[in-house]
Write a protein that binds this ligand. Structure first.
Ligand code: PLP
Length: 373
């Protein structure tokens, strides 16, 4: 095996994992504590109540050692039974993943697919939902990280509710929560989940999920197999002792305890505004370079921007030059967009200078490669 190398310092501009603030790095080096002791309970209570504020919900936010995909699976196994009909509204790779999980668990899944780079269009969703009814739930992606598109969840949820008041509305908010507005209770969403490595400014390893009273009602009769992700086990531990039924990733929680405090200091609306400015900045700079954006401006994401690879540019060469010469890391495309787009993450912990230098570096590299724009 090769000798271990130090992890390089880079301008990491992928849509998760994101850079973390020094205060969060520092917090992670604290000694381990007993996860059945009073220090842990005090921290877990504080974290949970603050997560509720960012989820904009009265519901208990449950925290699992898992990634975003765990959130998709956790949502599905707790509210559905084999053979249940669900509608999966997909606009990209992560929406498709949730549909695949539902299929793997034996649900009957109707996919309403939209072209990658577009949002789910409310009028056509309304029409299709009526055609495919009855259905027990709808699976939605708030921010499709693979395409840089944000769905209008408020409008989509209102349409679903109008036709099917009992529908379970499941929202993947992995790359949007705490970055762009999402109001779980006001929009009457049933299950919402997110992942620590996105807007929360901490490392990967934690998944956070909340369930509405309607989802908890569904939980009582849901028959899909579940154990690790069983909500009741987690609810009981949290509500009786502010603990977790299994061993929690303490160092990620230490970091989250710190970043939630930073986020409260910055203010929820100020965080949304900062992401809005970031989205506009990256989109405007890309357009000024003559690059084409994948998403239309009306639904372009404020956490990740997908840019089409210009004619004559070899994406692999461009990303390698950026990484090796400019210490700037962008993400490529996924699935059908592999080789066709690259993505710049602008969520969580970043300054305007980080984004400016990332796009400046992109500009140098493109010109080195003969791009005329
Ligand atoms: N859903 C969305 C919207 C995502 O962006 C991601 C990851 O980027 C996932 C789900 C899957 O998360 P993970 O890779 O943490 O399992």
């Amino acid at each position: 095996v090769e000798k271990r190398q130090p992890i390089p310092k880079q301008n990491l501009r992928v849509p998760g994992p994101t850079p973390i603030p020094p205060e969060a790095s520092e917090a992670q080096t604290a000694p381990m504590i007993n996860h059945r002791g009073p220090e842990f309970s005090a921290m877990m209570k504080r974290i949970t109540l603050r997560l509720q504020y960012f989820f904009q919900t009265e519901a208990l936010v449950m925290t699992y050692p898992a990634s975003g995909t765990g959130g998709q699976e956790c949502a599905i196994v707790n509210v559905f039974s084999p053979g249940d009909h669900v509608v999966s509204i997909t606009i990209g790779n992560f929406g498709n993943r949730m549909a695949k999980i539902a299929e793997a668990y034996g649900l009957q899944v109707t996919r309403l697919e939209y072209p990658w780079g577009e949002a789910a269009e409310p009028a056509s969703v309304e029409k299709r939902l009526q055609e495919v009814a009855p259905y027990k739930g709808v699976l939605l992606t708030h921010n499709e990280t693979s395409t840089g598109v944000t769905n209008d969840i408020e409008t989509l949820a209102r349409i679903i509710r109008k036709h099917n008041p009992d529908a379970l509305i499941i929202v993947d908010a992995v790359s949007s929560l705490a970055c762009v507005p999402l109001e779980m209770d006001a929009w009457d969403l049933d299950v919402v989940f997110t992942g620590s490595q996105k807007g929360w400014m901490v490392p990967p390893g934690l998944m956070m999920i909340a369930a509405s009273p309607r989802a908890w009602e569904a939980y009582k009769t849901a028959k899909l197999p579940r154990f690790y992700f069983d909500w009741e086990m987690t609810r009981k531990s949290l509500q009786s002792k502010w603990q977790h039924p299994t061993t929690p990733p303490l160092s990620v929680l230490y970091a989250l305890d710190v970043t939630l405090e930073m986020m409260l200091e910055e203010g929820r609306q100020a965080i949304f505004d900062r992401h809005q400015r970031a989205g506009e900045y990256v989109r405007n700079r890309a357009k000024a370079l003559g690059l084409d954006l994948l998403a239309d401006h009306q639904y372009a994401s404020n956490t990740v921007t997908a840019i089409k690879v210009p004619e004559g540019i070899d994406l692999k060469v461009m990303l390698k030059k950026l990484r090796e010469e400019e210490k700037t890391v962008f993400a490529g495309g996924q699935g059908q967009l592999d080789g066709k787009i690259f993505r710049i993450g602008h969520l969580g912990y970043f300054t305007e200078a980080d984004l400016q230098s990332a796009v400046d570096n992109l500009e140098h590299v493109l010109h080195d490669l003969g791009y005329k724009g």
